[in-house]
Design a protein around this ligand. Structure first.
Ligand code: ADP
Ligand code: 5GP
Length: 209
């Protein structure tokens, strides 16, 4: 409670694959124009239909490595031979300007983000049961049992990190889980630090006159 936090809030959302993270965060972004999604940088080629600046910021390897050198990433990784990174600079600019930012990331990325932004709000989405998670992972029913078993094991590894997050949303009934997500966002915006950062003049006026 130092009063030195930026006026915007950084929301870090993680979940095991299949829990409904994409569904819930898309609903939030559509319904809340005050939140912007962080778009990662990557050196991989765009897939058909992927626009620069929407799916990713597509850059070449020298550009990416120069950004690494300038410490412009909050975190970055090499995945399947391509580089991916989250822009620290963009997030800092947004929250300094009072806008809220949503970051979709795994637990490892979340740990790195917390080091830079300890005031970030961590939200973890859980499925209502293992059976339901398996059903959602099975999707169209075209995956083999072996593939689904592998995804479930990966999901369990991710869920072991739930204790590192501030809020937990159990995505059973979708509308109810969405209402929970909106409630977390609203409560975070009303915390003392954010209110003081946004309404500094009012605090001064009310407390010092
Ligand atoms: P993630 O991004 O976490 O991998 P998705 O949002 O893609 O998960 O959801 C996985 C699947 O589960 C999708 O088919 C989605 O429509 C479905 N789903 C998401 N939330 C619910 C829910 N509350 N009830 C039933 N199905 C859901
Ligand atoms: P794809 O190329 O299929 O879009 O993504 C490949 C992998 O890169 C996915 O596992 C995705 O989670 C990961 N990824 C995407 N953006 C980032 C990022 O900014 N940082 C890290 N560490 N991984 C990312």
């Amino acid at each position: 409670m130092t009063g030195t936090q930026p006026p915007g809030t950084l929301f870090v959302v993680a979940a095991p694959s299949g829990a409904g993270k994409t569904t819930l965060t898309r609903m939030l972004l559509q319904n809340d124009p005050g939140i912007r999604l962080s778009i990662s940088y990557t050196t991989r080629a765009p897939r058909p239909g992927e626009e620069n600046g929407t799916a990713y910021h597509f850059v070449d390897v020298p550009t990416f490595l120069a950004m690494v050198e300038r410490k412009e990433f909050l975190e970055w990784a090499e995945v399947h031979g391509n580089y991916y990174g989250t822009s620290r600079v963009w997030i800092e600019q947004e929250i300094a300007a009072g806008r809220d930012v949503l970051l979709e990331i795994d637990w490892q990325g979340a740990q790195q983000v917390r080091r830079f932004f300890p005031a970030c709000v961590g939200i973890f989405i859980l499925p209502p049961s293992t059976a339901e998670l398996a059903r959602r992972l099975a999707g169209r029913g075209t995956d083999s049992e072996e593939v689904i078993a592998r995804r479930l094991a990966a999901a369990r590894d991710e869920m072991r990190h739930v204790g590192e997050f501030d809020y937990v949303i159990i995505n059973n009934e979708l509308q109810s889980a969405f209402a929970d997500l909106q409630a977390v966002v609203r409560a975070a915006r009303l915390s003392l630090e954010r209110q003081r950062a946004r309404h500094g003049a009012l605090f001064t006026n009310l407390l010092e006159s």
